[in-house]
Design a protein around this ligand. Structure first.
Ligand code: NAD
Ligand code: IPM
Ligand code: MN
Length: 365
């Protein structure tokens, strides 16, 4: 029987709450299929720092390196709590970014998906999204401003000074573009290139490389869109986009905006892919404002399980069933707390009740 080793990094804030539901779903998939999942929990994030002084401990690195895939909950604390941790150990700088470089997960796939049955969740007018929303954002994840040189100091005249550089080489750009073109080939064969070449030299190089890569994909129509106007079109007409590709920082911002047009960040799972391993996490953070209340939406974490089954284990049917089960929960008239604004007659589910409903439906699909 096939066995997959999965590292479980539950994270901070709502992380453990939504991970619990994701594991429930994984257990059902196991019971209904011929695979076995061996789950290994590992400390990661602020909780790890407070426990052992390291937000990405060596033991966790070893568990990740030995895993077939990694399921990660969000990490991080609210602003004040974060200040209790030295800057370089804060979970974003001390855990997430090092995890991304450690695994070289250069391709971040963020589906922006709302079936038309659920378009009432979106704050956009029904006529704009009558067929739902279905975009794939492809975000470069291990380069750009996040990983460039950082200098903090004083100018000659004693003024405080900071310099952060946005760096990419052509190979880094090519590898993410190849991922995006290949996804476009499997979908509508239209790729929106999101850039800022009217100002940034990095975008000029990005677009040059894109023109070269595009020759290998003559069937794909490339559409260029400046990042600032792309933000507007995401609100006014999101269905004009199918696959969007962009550098790291642009992708961070536009993908959270995308969560907004769906109606909640809780609807945003993601996959972080390298050439040989992948990790899966919600696009959102640890939601300190709702942590510990059993009200977070676990859709993003359960959706990350669905993406893991598809991308890492080739379990396409099981993955589809998870998406279907989650959609069915909502279609049956339930919602999670943050989506309850969308209609009066919805029954609000807690985090754990949502997981239970998904499991119940999944067993009968
Ligand atoms: P956030 O994404 O945690 O929260 C923004 C808003 O969305 C909040 O109102 C929150 O309650 C809501 N929200 C997010 N996920 C939800 C869910 N599943 N269900 C219901 N509502 C949900 O952003 P923030 O508050 O700016 O950041 C909090 C912390 O998370 C910070 O420390 C940040 O660095 C960290 N963070 C971590 C990751 C990650 O681990 N990949 C990603 C983003 C932010
Ligand atoms: C995300 C997060 C991270 C990012 C932070 C927490 C480092 O916002 O995954 O989108 O900026 O990439
Ligand atoms: Mn983000």
């Amino acid at each position: 029987m096939k066995n997959y080793n999965i590292a479980i990094l539950s994270g901070d804030g709502i992380g453990p709450e939504i991970m619990k539901e994701a594991i429930k779903v994984l257990n059902v998939v196991e019971s209904l299929s011929k695979v076995r999942f061996t789950l290994t929990q590992a400390d990661f994030g602020a909780n790890a720092y407070f426990k052992c002084g390291d937000s990405f401990p060596q033991a966790t690195k070893r568990i990740c390196a030995a895993a077939d895939a990694i399921l990660k909950g969000p990490v991080g604390l609210g602003y004040e709590e974060t200040q209790k941790i030295p800057v370089d150990q804060q979970p974003e700088r001390g855990a997430i970014l090092p995890l991304r470089t450690f695994l070289n997960t250069y391709a971040n796939i963020r589906p922006v998906y709302l079936p038309k049955t659920l378009n009432n969740f979106s704050p956009l007018k029904a006529e704009i999204i009558k067929d739902g929303i279905d975009i794939v954002m492809v975000r470069e994840l291990v380069g750009g401003l996040y990983f460039g040189n950082k200098e903090v100091g004083l100018t000659k005249s004693g003024k405080r000074y900071v310099k952060e550089t946005l760096e990419y080489d052509e190979d880094q750009i090519k590898q993410i573009l190849l991922v995006a073109f290949n996804i476009a080939m499997k979908r509508k064969k239209v790729l929106h290139n999101i850039h800022k070449s009217n100002v940034l030299k990095s975008s000029v190089l990005w677009n040059e490389v894109l023109a070269e890569v595009a020759i290998e994909f003559p069937e794909v129509e490339v559409k260029h869109q400046l990042v600032d106007s792309a933000a507007t079109f995401l609100c006014l007409n999101p269905t004009m986009f199918d696959v969007m590709v962009m550098e790291n920082m642009f992708g961070d911002i536009l993908s959270d905006q995308a969560g907004g047009i769906l109606g909640s960040l809780g609807l945003m799972p993601s996959a972080c892919l390298s050439d040989d391993i992948a990790y899966y996490e919600p696009s959102h953070g640890s939601a300190p404002d709702i942590a510990g209340k059993n009200i977070a939406n676990p859709y993003s974490m359960i959706g990350s399980v669905a993406m893991m089954l598809e991308y890492s284990f080739g379990m396409i049917e099981e993955s589809k069933k998870i998406w279907q089960a989650m959609e069915n929960v909502f279609v049956q008239g339930y919602s999670t707390a943050e989506l309850s604004h969308s209609a009066d007659e919805l029954t609000i589910l807690t985090t754990s009740d949502f997981g239970d409903k998904v499991v119940e439906i999944l067993k009968n699909l």
